[in-house]
Design a protein around this ligand. Structure first.
Ligand code: CA
Length: 416
């Protein structure tokens, strides 16, 4: 599809007319507004609505700098806005002159969290990742936990530490116990890691259990998600209740919500089941998406190295299955809930979605540009996640999910 905005028609743009992802931005020191990315521009929906130039809904939904109010309107409204945007930004737009006055330069805009994160749940739906981690933590004989092929495992995380791309943060402190030490110590993590995941944004609430089909309809869109992880803290704290402080310092998401509608042409099935699933988890059709993913590693002094490439289709459970499972207990879902898929690794060594796997627990350091070696993240290092679904002559890009790890702060009142 072609737009009258030239930069949206370039083959290498993440944001052609087919994409139209939703974000929250501010420009030239102004207030944060809701907007749609199109090529190198952003269409300012908050301003459009405030001037009564949108007129699609019976109430204002872009007054707050978050997409929650719009998500709450539901799938019919989601469709109505997308159709209007394709008409307004397409090459034969009847409203081009009007829409032009609401365009902002995307490259100089500041991006904010695109929605108010109601709650954050992180799953563990990647089989290669679960197998690799299980092999390292428990040995090859019992790599996959016995429940793994039957149930999507997850834990309830924190919404408060979800941050938008380019939010830098400090190396976390925690309890660390070396295998041969009699006592744990309290120190900044020495094994800080990233996890390449996709974030699933729930756009409709639920009371009580929902089917996989209904769960799919409740999904508003997707972002890239980096679940920063302190491996030395994790390995000491996780038994028997799972991750806690190891994953609570920051979770970074990309700023643009790529809608489920934009990804419809890229649906693919989950991999073949190794054991039959219980009926409530069965999928009636393809519920994953063919999204190429990559991880770039840059140190403070060197250009980036691409250290991993993988694809969303490596997940064993789809987002709809994760969400349906999440509601089995009657757990209510809310507009703005965020689900992490779990680390998406592929079969090969170069397809691994965390440093824990890429350096095999630190035993096989990575070789980066300029001869630099890394097993885990050092101060000043930057991790960037990228993703795109590739169509004929265009791509549905996610933009970037980036974060730099700053040195640990002085710990308050550490007591010596
Ligand atoms: Ca994770």
């Amino acid at each position: 599809m072609k737009s009258w905005i030239e930069s949206a028609n370039r083959e290498e743009t993440d944001f052609p007319l087919n994409n139209l992802p939703y974000g929250v931005f501010s420009a030239r020191g102004g207030a944060a507004h809701c907007g749609v990315a199109i090529g190198d521009c952003i269409l300012d929906l908050t301003a459009l609505e405030a001037d009564n130039n949108l007129g699609l809904f019976d109430r204002r939904v872009f007054g707050a700098p978050a997409w929650n109010d719009f998500m709450a309107l539901g799938p019919e409204a989601w469709k109505r806005l997308r159709i209007w945007l394709i008409g307004a930004l397409g090459e034969d737009s009847p409203v081009q002159a009007m829409a032009e006055t609401y365009l902002v330069d995307r490259l100089s805009a500041t991006m904010h969290l695109p929605f108010r994160v109601a709650e954050f749940t992180d799953f563990y739906a990647g089989k290669h990742h679960a197998t690799n981690v299980g092999t390292m933590f428990r040995g090859p004989g019992n790599a996959l936990p016995p429940n793994w092929l039957h149930i999507p495992i997850g834990y309830n995380g924190r919404a408060s530490s979800v941050v938008v791309s380019d939010t830098d943060f400090h190396r976390p402190w925690g309890q660390i116990k070396k295998p041969d030490a009699p006592m744990p110590e309290f120190a900044p993590t020495r094994r800080f890691d990233f996890e390449l995941e996709i974030g699933v944004i729930v756009g409709q609430p639920s009371e009580g259990p929902v089917s996989v089909v209904r769960a799919d309809e409740m999904i508003f869109g997707y972002v890239l998600l980096n679940d920063w992880s302190a491996r030395d803290i994790q390995v000491w704290e996780y038994q028997p209740l799972g991750p806690f402080q190891a994953k609570a310092s920051a979770t970074t998401i990309s700023p643009w919500i790529v809608t489920r509608a934009a990804l419809e042409p890229f649906r693919v099935p989950t991999p073949a089941r190794e054991v039959p699933l219980l009926p409530y988890l069965e999928e009636p059709g393809p519920m994953l998406h063919d999204i190429d993913l990559e991880v770039a590693f840059a140190t403070a002094s060197r250009a980036e190295t691409i250290i991993a490439r993988t694809n969303m289709r490596e997940l064993y459970y789809s987002p709809a299955q994760l969400l349906a499972h999440h509601t089995t207990s009657g757990c209510p879902m809310r507009v703005g809930d965020l689900l992490g898929t779990g680390t998406i690794s592929g079969a090969g060594k170069e397809n691994r979605g965390s440093l824990l796997e890429l350096s095999w627990g630190g035993r096989e350091p990575l070789e980066l540009e300029g001869g630099i070696q890394r097993s885990f993240i050092e101060d000043g290092d930057t991790i960037t996640l990228r993703g795109m679904a590739c169509g004929a002559g265009y791509r549905i890009g996610f933009g970037e999910c980036r974060g730099t790890v700053l040195p640990a702060l002085e710990y308050p009142d550490a007591g010596g």
